[in-house]
Design a protein around this ligand. Sequence first.
Ligand code: SAM
Length: 265
Amino acid sequence: MTNSTHIPRKRFGQNFLHDQNVIANILASLYAKPDQHWVEIGPGQGALTLPLLKKSVALDVIELDRDLVTLLRNKLNAWPSLTIHSADALKFDFSKLARSSGKFHVVGNLPYNISTPLLFHLLSYSAYIVDMHFMLQKEVVDRICSEPGSKKYGRLSVMMQYYCAAECLFEVYPESFDPPPQVTSAIIRLIPHEKPPVNIKDLSDFNKVVAQAFSQRRKTLRNSVKTLLSESDLIHLGIDPSVRAETLALDDFAKMSNRLTEISI
Ligand code: SAM
C-alpha cells in the first residue's frame, strides 16, 4: 500500500504499483544483468527501483516530485549504485547519462498524462538507448503497436515504428496500483532500430506529412495532404489518392515525405 507519509498526487500521474506479482513479471521481462546501466523514469516510492538495484545494475533515476526524492534518498541511501536526479524527465538531457560504457536501458511506470511527449523526448536520444520498457495505458500501447488497416493505426504508430521495434508484453489491471487508475495498462518493449527501416531525407517533413495525413482520419489522402502534395505527386509515387492514411505503410509515408523535401528545395 501507499506509504502513509506520501499522499499520491494526481497532477504528477502518481499511481503506485503494489502488486508483487506484476512487479516480478516486469522485472523478469527486463532481463537486467549485473553491471548494466539502467535509467528509471518516475521511480515514485521505489516499487521497481529496489528490485532493479538488487540485480546489481548501475541505476540513474529521474523523479519530479521533490517529496518522493527525499523519501527515496532516505529509503535507498545504502545503495551506492543508485543516483537520484531531482528533475523533470521531459526536460532532462539524457545524453549526459551516457558513460564511456556506452548505451543504457530505460524503464518506467510512466505518468500517463505526459507519456506521449515523454516518448518523443526519449526518441531524440535513441542513439544512447539499448531498449525501453514502459507501463502505459493499454490504449496507447495498442496504438503504438498497431498495423496499417487497423482503426488504432495512426500518427503515434507511424512515428514510433520509424524509431523502434515495438512489442506489447502484457496487460496490468487497475487494482495492481494505488490509487487504481481509470483504465487498463500494459507493458511495452521498445527497441530503437540500429538503422531506420526506411530512408527519410528530412525528419521535419516526415513529421509534417504524417501529422497532416492523420489530421482528419476520415478524409481521403488527396484531401488530407493537399496543402503539402498534389494528387499527381501521389500518383507519381504509386500511392492511391483515394485511400485513407490509416491504410498506408511506413514506406508510403517515407515516399511522401521525401517527395515533399524534393519539391521544397
Ligand atoms: N515507479 C513508481 C511505481 O511504479 O510505483 C511510480 C509510478 S507513477 C505512475 C509515476 C511517477 O513519475 C511518479 O513518481 C511521479 O511523481 C513521477 N513523475 C511525474 N511526472 C514526472 C516527470 N515529468 N519527470 C519525472 N518524474 C515524473
